[in-house]
Every structure is written in structure tokens, then in C-alpha cells.
Design a binder for this molecule. Structure first.
Ligand code: BES
Ligand code: ZN
Ligand code: ZN
Length: 509
């Protein structure tokens, strides 16, 4: 396997017009020409105006146009990137415009890109640090490719992309650099997670995932890792994880990453981040149809999002304790598989009647949630590619958010707004839990025909007890099959920034 493109983001006090680079990316509004744009057009002898008059480029979001500069400015090529209407600009617009710039740079096989899209945005709305963080995250996102199994002859992308956020005023650099520092932490963690999410199930088993976690802990100060194998899982009576994992030759693992801040006191809160890591979900005995089954390699994405978030958290160094809890198993049909009709005693002692082996995510998460309760987490958030029903409800743009605590809903919504990982609040109360009650055990693992995302969440909530708990159903947002969002097909690394931002916000209060 070869290394993914190494992306470096720098900041420099340089005049965008004279910077020597393969590509200069400049933001353009839909509804107004700024003084910067006018000056640039003058240098280019009216080329921008000509393109706009022809109607080839209007400055709309997701739009871009490439111009060859013929030595009129320092850059070999100029990329105009649409920012939409100025009044409606949000931080996501900036992040996406930067992502598009990096995507185009990689497509052009450019090794160096200068980015100047923060220039004309409203600095009362976004300061230089926030802008620079979003641009940096966007560059990492758009420059990412999953091509570790393509050889260079097939593909030919450069091994390295250096992006420089340029600003002619040296007084802006301190804040721009500060933002880039944070952006690198989030961007690198997200790319790291994307690669592991994208790797297929023959390469990423629960055991391999545990090795990835151990390596992370070895590399990052403040982080430690413990792993239980199937024998320890059995000894601890984690019946849910054991049941799901028993049909596969790749045995389950229970992975815990611990982040401890340097000056923790008794009152330092502990946050539990719990992620579903089914390395492949065939459905088990309740087997899925073969069409589209290959996408079930992404069923580990919640767990990997937690891995990525822990990587970012260890570098952000917030003053909270964090437990990254990753139950991992492979859901396979076989002679040893758990079956519909089985009654499973979970780690909490609650019994569950299995009515569908494809509803396996909740069976591994319920044990992990009980573990977080035992570890006395003050807050916990679980994240999982849990239900097709959530995709039916919300589509592919937003994850479902369910919780037993209104304040936590607000905190996760705020983290979603800042990180670009979007969520929509859905219910999971008593009326849904009612539908999860079994006649022969305390609970059953599927509800009725309707509201599948809400009944699944209600099931999980039953294991959180009194603890402040939130659940993110990311089934619809884990991956893209086209080239949406300025990225490449496959995982978009959903959840890494959301979870890291949520934890970071807790510590900043
Ligand atoms: N991993 C799937 C959910 C999923 C579906 C993720 C589509 C991504 C895209 C989960 O384990 C599952 O199979 N859920 C079942 C639950 C049902 C049996 C109650 C589902 O949603 O069909
Ligand atoms: Zn399933
Ligand atoms: Zn699943």
C-alpha cells in the first residue's frame, strides 16, 4: 500500500497577485464584485469580466472556472471559486470552496496551490482564525484521495500537495496561522479516519482496528489504549458483542482509548465517545440482499470516527477526560452465528430477544454504553451507521440526533454547525421504547415497521440509564458514491470533526 497524498497547509504574508505557484484559488461572490476582484481583473486585462459576461461563471456555490494567466500574475493558473451571495455566507461555504480548490489542484496534478478565498468575507461575521481553520480543513478534505491500491502509472497524482493561505497584510498572519494549526489537527484526523473507513473488510478486521488504536496511543502523548479479545469479552459477559461476533472467524474486540489531560482533578468531567465498528455487515443469518452489500465495509465508520476524534483530541489537549469506546465485530452467517429467536444476556444484565440478526449494531453498542455507565462518564455520545430507516427519514445530507438531554442536543447542534457535520434532531422517547419490548425477554432487537431510527435509538437509550446520553445515526452520511462535496467517492470521514468539536467545546467553557 502506498501512502496517501501528503497535504501540507502553510500561511504566508504574500501578495496573491505576485505569488509564484501552479494555481491560485480566489473566492468570488455571486452578487458583487469586490475591490480585490476588480484589481485582479485589471491585471488579467478583463478576462474575468469576459467570462462572467459569457455566462460561464456566475460566482455561485460549487462553481469554479480555470483561467490561464499567461504571466500576467505570478500564478500559472487562476481558479475562480464561487462563494454565492455575500450576505448568506456561512463557514461551510468557505470550507467547501477551499475543498473545491484543493480538489481541482489535485486533478490538475499541481504540487503547489495558493489559496486566497478569505479576502472579501465579512470579518465581523468570521475572524481570520475561523476562516483559516475552515480553509485548512477544506484543503485537507478536497485534496484527499483514496488511491492506496492504484499505482502511479494508472493515476499519476502528485505525492505531495502544498497549499499556502496567502494574505498581503502581515498583520493578519498570526490569526491565520492560529486557525491553520487547528485546521491541520481536524483535517489530518479526518483524512486518517477516511482511509481506515475506506479500507475493505479483508484488510480491516476487529483485530486490525485494535492495532490501529494501539498505534495511535503509542504515537500520541496523553492517550492510552486497552483491548479485550473474545476470551476477555466472554469473561466480562458482554453478551451482545459476543453474539454478533460469534459467526465470524475474525473474532470481536472491545477497544478503549483513554485521553487524560495533564492536570486532571477530581472534578474534571469524563466524556464517553462510543462508536459502532462492524467491520463488515452481511446481516448474518437474516442476510442482506447482495446488491450494494459491498458498502457494508463502511459499517465500521462510527467506531473509526471515534478513533479519528481521539487523534484530534489528543492534539487539541482539552481539559476533560475522554474515553473512546469502540466495540468491534464482523457480522457473518455461519455455523456459529447467532440466530433469530436467540435470547442474549447483555453486559448490563438486560435480556434481548433477537428477531433480526441484521439489527446487530445496537447489540454491540448496548454493551459499550453500559461500559460507559460503569466508568461513570458524565456525558456520552454514541455514533453509528445504525439504520436504513434514518436514511429514509433524512437522506444523505444529515445524520439523526437523538438524546435524553436537551442541553446535550444544543451542544451537539452547535458542534455540528461549527464542524460542517450536520445533524437533525429526532425523537426517541417512551412511545418508541414501548415498541422494543419483548414478550419473552426484557427487550427485542427490532421494533415495528415504522420509525426504525427512533426505535433503535430508544433501545440504546434504555442502556444509558440516568447518564446524559446522545446518539448519532450516521447511516446516510457515512459515504458518497459519486464525487459529491468536492471529495472523492467513499468515506467522507463524517463524525470526526463533530465529536472532536463537541469535546473541545466542553473544555472551553
Ligand atoms: N448497518 C446497517 C444499517 C445501514 C443501512 C447502514 C444502510 C448504512 C446504510 C444496520 O446494521 C442494519 O442492517 N439495520 C437494519 C435494521 C433492521 C433489521 C431493524 C436496517 O436498517 O435495515
Ligand atoms: Zn445490520
Ligand atoms: Zn450494521
Amino acid at each position: 500500500m502506498k501512502q496517501a497524498t501528503t497535504i501540507t497547509v502553510k500561511t504566508a504574508a504574500t501578495d496573491p497577485f505576485s505569488v509564484k505557484t501552479d494555481l491560485l484559488a480566489v473566492g468570488v461572490f455571486e452578487d458583487q464584485i469586490t475591490s480585490f476582484g476588480r484589481a485582479l481583473d485589471k491585471k488579467l486585462k478583463g478576462s474575468i469580466e469576459k467570462i462572467c459576461k459569457l455566462g460561464d461563471f456566475k460566482g455561485q456555490r460549487k462553481q469554479s472556472v480555470l483561467l490561464y494567466t499567461d504571466g500576467k500574475i505570478g500564478a500559472k493558473r487562476l481558479l475562480l471559486v464561487g462563494l454565492g451571495e455575500k450576505e448568506k455566507s456561512e463557514i461551510d461555504v468557505v470550507r467547501n470552496a477551499a475543498a473545491l480548490s484543493a480538489k481541482r489542484a489535485v486533478d490538475l496534478k499541481a504540487a503547489a496551490v495558493a489559496v486566497s478565498i478569505h479576502q472579501d468575507l465579512d470579518k465581523r461575521k468570521f475572524n481570520y482564525e475561523i476562516l483559516s481553520r475552515a480553509i485548512t480543513e477544506g484543503i485537507f478534505f478536497g485534496g484527499y484521495r483514496y488511491d492506496e491500491f492504484l499505482n502511479t502509472a494508472d493515476y499519476g497524482r502528485p505525492a505531495k500537495l502544498t497549499a499556502t493561505i496567502v494574505d498581503s497584510n502581515p498583520a493578519h498572519i498570526r490569526l491565520l496561522e492560529q486557525g491553520a494549526r487547528i485546521g491541520r489537527i481536524f483535517g489530518e484526523a479526518r483524512s486518517f479516519a477516511r482511509t481506515i473507513m475506506n479500507r475493505p473488510a479483508n484488510l480491516v478486521s476487529p483485530n486490525v482496528l485494535a492495532d490501529v488504536a494501539r498505534t495511535l496511543a503509542r504515537q500520541l502523548p496523553g492517550l492510552s489504549c486497552s483491548v479485550w479479545d473474545d476470551k476477555q469479552i466472554r469473561a466480562k459477559k458482554m453478551g451482545g458483542i459476543l453474539a454478533v461476533g460469534q459467526g465470524s472467524n475474525n473474532k470481536p474486540r472491545f477497544i478503549v482509548l483513554k485521553y487524560n489531560p495533564s492536570k486532571a482533578t477530581k472534578s474534571t468531567p469524563t466524556i464517553g465517545l462510543i462508536g459502532k465498528a462492524i467491520t463488515f455487515d452481511t446481516g448474518g443469518i437474516s442476510i442482506k440482499p447482495s446488491e450494494g452489500m459491498q458498502d457494508m465495509k463502511f459499517d465500521k465508520s462510527g467506531g473509526v470516527a471515534v478513533l479519528g476524534a481521539m487523534r484530534a483530541i489528543a492534539r487539541l489537549k482539552p481539559k476533560v477526560r475522554v474515553l473512546g469506546i469502540i466495540p468491534s465485530a464482523e457480522n457473518m452467517p455461519g455455523g456459529g452465528s447467532y440466530r433469530p429467536g436467540d435470547i442474549v444476556t447483555t453486559y448490563s444484565g438486560k435480556t434481548v430477544e433477537i428477531q433480526n440478526t441484521d439489527a446487530e449494531g445496537r447489540m454491540i453498542l448496548c454493551d459499550a454504553i453500559h461500559y460507559a455507565v460503569q466508568e461513570k462518564c458524565d456525558f456520552m455520545v454514541d455514533i453509528a451507521t445504525l439504520t436504513g430507516a434514518c436514511v429514509v427519514a433524512l437522506g444523505e445530507g444529515m445524520a439523526g440526533l437523538m438524546s435524553n438531554n436537551d442541553l446535550q442536543v444544543e451542544q451537539i447542534k452547535a458542534a455540528a454547525q461549527a464542524s460542517g457535520d450536520r445533524v437533525w434532531h429526532l425523537p426517541c422517547g417512551e412511545e418508541y421504547l414501548e415498541l422494543m419490548k419483548s414478550k419473552i425477554a426484557e427487550l427485542k432487537n427490532i421494533g415495528g415497521k415504522w420509525g426504525g431510527a427512533c426505535t433503535a435509538a430508544a433501545f440504546l437509550g434504555a442502556f444509558a440509564g440516568e447518564c446524559k446520553w446522545a446518539h448519532i445515526d450516521m447511516a446516510g452520511v457515512g459515504m458518497v458514491d459519486g464525487e459529491k462535496q468536492g471529495g472523492c467517492p467513499g468515506s467522507i470521514g463524517y463524525g470526526v470533526s463533530l465529536l472532536a468539536e463537541y469535546v473541545w467545546n466542553h473544555a472551553r467553557k
